[in-house]
Design a protein. Structure first.
Ligand SMILES: [Mg+2]
Length: 230
């Protein structure tokens, strides 16, 4: 167990609460709406992935942006005339993502309580600022964190800038999250320690081979296990 006084940067979506499953459900319904005569859902998904990669760079993440991506995907792939009713149906799908009650991942509140007694906790999440902050408020978890940081992208420079801005000691700072691409690899590249907490339904665009942590990376199987580590 680490000595008290570390700074723990904690990811939110699919680390503290469920998130990607709602996007997956919306995608399944989108495929029904599209009703493509020959493309499989996997083939539709690949087209959507391309649209998402391009748009995320410009517009960022979140349900509203996902709605834009679905509308573009619909326009690109529909084999029938697409009208206002279709776009309204897409908006309802993304509205459901935004309205969904927060489902905390097993063991999260008690684990955060333990961690916050010994260490400084900072919520470090990427996405659309308003959307992410509303989730933090609705989760009831904000009291465990001394600060909430919402960034547009989590790359190596984001971590370096954040560490500099808050004058954090990299050797006592850990990033905890489910995404190899956004939580683990860039934090390791910035010189931080990392704890990988895998989630079975992590968004496919967050997958990446995990870098060699040179002893700075720990993998746990559940959020609860952090209690034994910190
Ligand atoms: Mg996440």
């Amino acid at each position: 167990m680490k000595a008290p006084g570390c700074t723990l940067l904690v990811d939110a979506d699919d680390t503290l609460w469920e998130n990607n499953i709602y996007f997956e459900r919306a995608f399944e319904r989108f495929c029904e709406l599209l009703g493509h005569p020959s493309m499989t859902p996997e083939e539709v998904r690949e087209v959507l992935d391309g649209i998402e990669r391009a748009n995320n760079r410009v517009h960022g993440y979140g349900a509203e942006n996902f709605g834009r991506n679905l509308r573009q995907c619909l326009e690109r792939l529909a084999t029938r005339p697409v009208g206002t009713g279709d776009f309204e149906a897409v908006n309802r799908l993304t509205g459901r993502i935004l309205d969904h009650p927060i489902e905390l991942i097993d063991g999260v509140p008690e684990t955060l309580e333990h961690l916050s007694e010994r260490h400084e906790l900072i919520l470090f999440t990427k996405g659309e600022a308003g959307e992410q902050r509303r989730k933090v408020e609705r989760s009831g978890l904000s009291g465990y964190f001394t600060h909430v940081e919402v960034v547009k992208e989590k790359d190596q420079h984001t971590y370096e800038r954040f560490v500099d801005a808050r004058a954090l000691d990299v050797e006592a700072t850990w990033m905890i999250g489910n995404s190899p691409r956004s939580d683990i690899n860039p934090a390791l590249a910035a010189g931080l320690q990392a704890v990988f907490v895998p989630h079975a339904r992590t968004w496919r665009l967050e997958h990446e081979e995990i870098a060699d942590g040179n002893g700075r990376l720990v993998r746990v199987e559940s959020f609860r296990e952090l209690k034994g580590l910190f």
